[in-house]
Design a protein around this ligand. Structure first.
Ligand code: GLN
Length: 194
């Protein structure tokens, strides 16, 4: 059985756990090195990326997590988790660091204040189907290397179009929160890597 971890320092851990369990995975909440070492795949949930960054270092997990990601640990980052996976951030706070697993730049809180939270119907590029997505103070992908595959895009308030779901090797990142819908496709994609 696949052991899926949910990084449980901060953020919406429970919803990811429920969804992964519904797909047949055994779920471990990851707060220590031994837990990180035990998982076959990891979710980095939404929350607050600045806090998560500090806690990763306080819990002494950051270096091992970077190493596991380099060695191909399948990972899904949603919202703050997308920010954590990026190589670079626009709109980060002073000293904010990321894990650098996906060669892209993300913009924090990209949709602006007036769209703090929004529900949008996206086109899921892998099969052209519709995906209903919830955005909460979400980032978008500002720029990316060519080998970062776009899974979905959305319009910003000024009409500019940006990737909001991407895949690079065994890493998936979404601006939106796939864990708060009944749609399991994003989590299925993660588990398919294991
Ligand atoms: N704006 C938050 C951040 O910068 C992310 C919001 C979320 O995860 N819902 O971390």
């Amino acid at each position: 059985m696949t052991i899926a971890g949910v990084l449980a320092l901060q953020g919406d851990v429970h919803e990811h756990q429920v969804m992964l369990e519904s797909l047949g995975a055994e779920v471990i909440r990851v707060r220590r090195l031994s837990e990180l070492d035990a998982v076959d795949a990891l979710v980095i949930p939404g929350g607050e990326s600045t806090t998560m960054d500090k806690l990763l270092r306080a819990f002494d997990l950051r270096d091992r997590l970077i190493e596991r990601l380099r060695n191909g640990l399948p990972v899904l980052g949603s919202c703050a988790g997308m920010i954590m996976l990026a190589r670079d951030i626009e709109g980060g706070i002073e000293g904010q660091q990321t894990l650098g697993a996906i060669p892209m730049t993300v913009r924090r809180n990209a949709f602006g204040r007036q769209v703090d939270s929004a529900e949008v119907d996206l086109v899921w590029e892998p099969d052209g189907s519709a995906m209903h997505a919830t955005f909460i103070r979400a980032p978008w992908v500002e720029s990316r290397d060519q080998d970062v595959e776009v899974l979905a895009t959305a319009d910003g308030p000024d009409g500019s179009r940006h990737p909001v779901a991407v895949r690079h090797q065994h890493a998936i990142a979404t601006s939106f929160h796939p864990e708060i819908s009944a749609d399991t496709r994003v989590h299925e994609l993660l588990l398919a890597f294991t």
